[in-house]
Design a protein around this ligand. Sequence first.
Ligand code: AMP
Length: 301
Amino acid sequence: MPPPSPATKEAPPRVVNQLTDLQQAVAQARQAGRKLGLVPTMGALHEGHLSLVRRAAAECEATLVTIFVNPTQFGPQEDFSQYPRTLEADLQALSEVGAGLVYNPSRESLYPAGFSTYVDPPHVALRWEGEHRPQHFRGVTTIVLKLFLLAQADVAFFGQKDYQQACVIARMVEDLNVPIRVCVCPTVREPDGLALSSRNRYLNPEQRCRAQGLWNSLRAACQCVERGERDAAAILGQMREVLFENGISRIDYVALVDPQTLEPVARIDQPTQALVAAWVDQTRLIDNLRLEPRNPTGRKL
Ligand code: AMP
């Protein structure tokens, strides 16, 4: 088997489905001393995913993209069966951004009969998504550690879009001494601010319009801080109001948290992460934004 090709534009990636083929390709890349970048995804790729692949291709000599809709991170009432699966279009998109190798395994190969070992996620997984999606992060840490072990990559690329997920994975890597560097890349947005997400495909035009409310609420939080508001409760009230004004009434949470621990803060005296999770009818969306308070001289605190 040839090793994963280096980042060449317009070259179709090599696709492997079998564990043994992946392991062989990875071994060859390692033997050749290539720096390997890993981009785990669930497919239905958009510019957000592709930005991670471009970053990997720029930083690494070989790029492995995984496409796997991981069943263990979905709750029983969630959208696992509905989740968009668009492999052909994904491969086409990947051929334009320098992904040398794509791993697209079957469910059975990663979760064979009798599978029963899971990674217990760190404390940073407990709140927010952890509260609203019980078992979600257990599924995430388990599949991501499996992919880390299989890929033996030097760097793994994740999106800031899933801020808590990035924190959970970074902590897992530290706690379990996983020999990989985690690189968290900026959120890619639509021109009106909506964060790109595979789930945006669920939205009809009217819902798509309301979905902008998430970004508007984050921007409102940012504007509050710029005006000098430091009281978290006041800012959270403003965020909720903006969501309501945009026709979003089912809010899982709005939160202002310490960027490392994800514990709520009472005052915005330090850089703070604003988090939002809300429903546009049947579609659950999340987003986040860093708030950077400035002192009276205009310097960031
Ligand atoms: P998913 O396919 O939703 O599991 O996402 C795969 C990776 O893409 C995760 O690291 C996400 O955080 C990242 N990602 C998803 N949406 C975006 C976005 N709009 N901008 C940047 N990264 C993203």
